[in-house]
Structures are given as C-alpha cells and as structure tokens.
Design a protein around this ligand. Structure first.
Ligand code: GRF
Length: 216
C-alpha cells in the first residue's frame, strides 16, 4: 500500500483460460502486487475459465455477452455495456489478458490511457511492420489473433511477447514491456504458446506493479 493508502484498482478482461489473470491473483494473494488490487474480471464469454478464477479469489466477475458481433450497432451497444460494467468498479487500469475482441473508441474513450494489452509476439516501438531482435535479426511484427501459429508457419527463429498501451489501431500503441522467446525445432503452437505465456505471466505482474508505483 502506498503512503496515500489508496489501492490501484485493476480490472482484467479475459476471453479464455485466464492464466495471466491467475498470475495477477496469485501475486496479489502473496502480497507481491504492491498497491495494485484486482477488483474485477470481465468476459465476453460465459464459459471463460478466467471468471471462475476470479470468483475463487473473491474477486467480482462479470459476463457481458456480445450477441451480434458483425452488427456495428449491436457491437457499439455491447462496448457501451462493457464500459458501463467496467466503469462501475472505477478502475485505474484495465488489462486485456487474452481478451479476443477488438475495442473501439466507444470503449477506449471512457478510459483514456488506462487500457493495456498482452500480445504473444514482438511488437516494435513504432507502427512499423518489422521488429529487430536484440541480436539484430529482422522479423515481421506479427499482429492479429493467430501470431503464435504465424511465427511457426513463417519459420522464425525467435518470437516473444509484448505489453503495450491500447489505441484504436490493433496491436499497436506505446510498448511498456517485451521479452524475446526462442523457437525450438519441434515446437508446436501449444508448446511455443505455453513458453511465451510463462514469460507473459511474469511480465504482466511486473508491469502492473510498475504502473501502480508510478501512479502513487
Ligand atoms: C496470452 O498469450 C496473451 O498474450 C494473448 O492471449 C493469451 C492469454 O492467455 N492475448 P491466458 O488466457 O491468460 O492463459
């Protein structure tokens, strides 16, 4: 807890397993989250296991269904509901941790500069289409929902993960942290993604603690 005594309130948006949310919950339980406090998990899917993880830690969990994802009017209305539910918990930070929907300014404008995303590939500091690794290898900056499979399909020697602030451009925005992960011969999408996630779980805790300290 900071001198101000105010917790740094964190909402986490998940669509799936939520192992990164679990890392944050575990860090909180262990007293390792500094003044940050996970106050809410929200999902677009009722069966997202991340919601169960939150409830098991006595953290509020909400399901905000999106019924007609291709209908722009329904989609904007859903983003407004998602923002209303999230705003009710007055978060200082919103973490997209495996949240598989793109958010537009309908949501983002309600939380300026407060939304961060985890991405399981290396993204550059600018919006370019390439990334230069620490060893000077130039690889494509992979964006979208299938980047772990893309890294394998392209035969890249290295990939990684990035945490960045969210802007309306998909998988773009100022980078807060990143880490390189080697790709091994024989890697499958599952083995590679799990190795990336092991790093992501550490990194997200570090970033949340860092941002909480900065805001103190
Ligand atoms: C992570 O790899 C994250 O980068 C991506 O989705 C995955 C979420 O994993 N956006 P989990 O649901 O936290 O296990």
């Amino acid at each position: 807890m900071s001198a101000s005594g105010q917790p740094y309130r964190v909402a986490v948006l998940v669509s799936g397993s939520g192992s990164n949310l679990q890392a944050l919950l575990d860090a909180q339980r262990a007293g390792d989250l500094d003044r940050a406090e996970i106050v809410l998990a929200v999902s677009d899917r009722a069966d997202a296991y991340g919601l169960q993880r939150a409830l098991q830690h006595r953290v509020a969990a909400a399901f905000v269904p999106l019924h007609h994802p291709r209908d722009p009017v329904a989609r904007a209305e859903w983003e407004r509901r998602l923002a209303d539910v999230t705003a009710a918990f007055t978060p200082d930070l919103i973490v997209l941790a495996g949240f598989m929907r793109v958010l537009s300014p309908v949501f983002l404008d309600r939380f300026p500069n407060r939304v961060i995303n985890q991405h399981p590939a290396l993204l550059p500091d600018d919006s370019s289409d390439t990334f230069v690794t620490s060893r000077g290898i130039v690889i494509p900056a992979l964006r979208g929902a299938h980047v772990v499979a893309d890294a394998l399909r392209l035969g890249l020697p290295i990939t990684g993960c990035t945490i960045h602030r969210v802007t309306p451009a998909v998988d773009d925005g100022p980078v807060l942290a990143r880490s390189e992960v080697p790709i091994f011969p024989g890697d499958t999408e599952e083995t590679l993604h799990e190795r990336i996630k092991q790093i992501e779980r550490r990194l997200i805790v570090e970033v949340v603690v860092h941002l909480a300290r900065l805001s103190a």
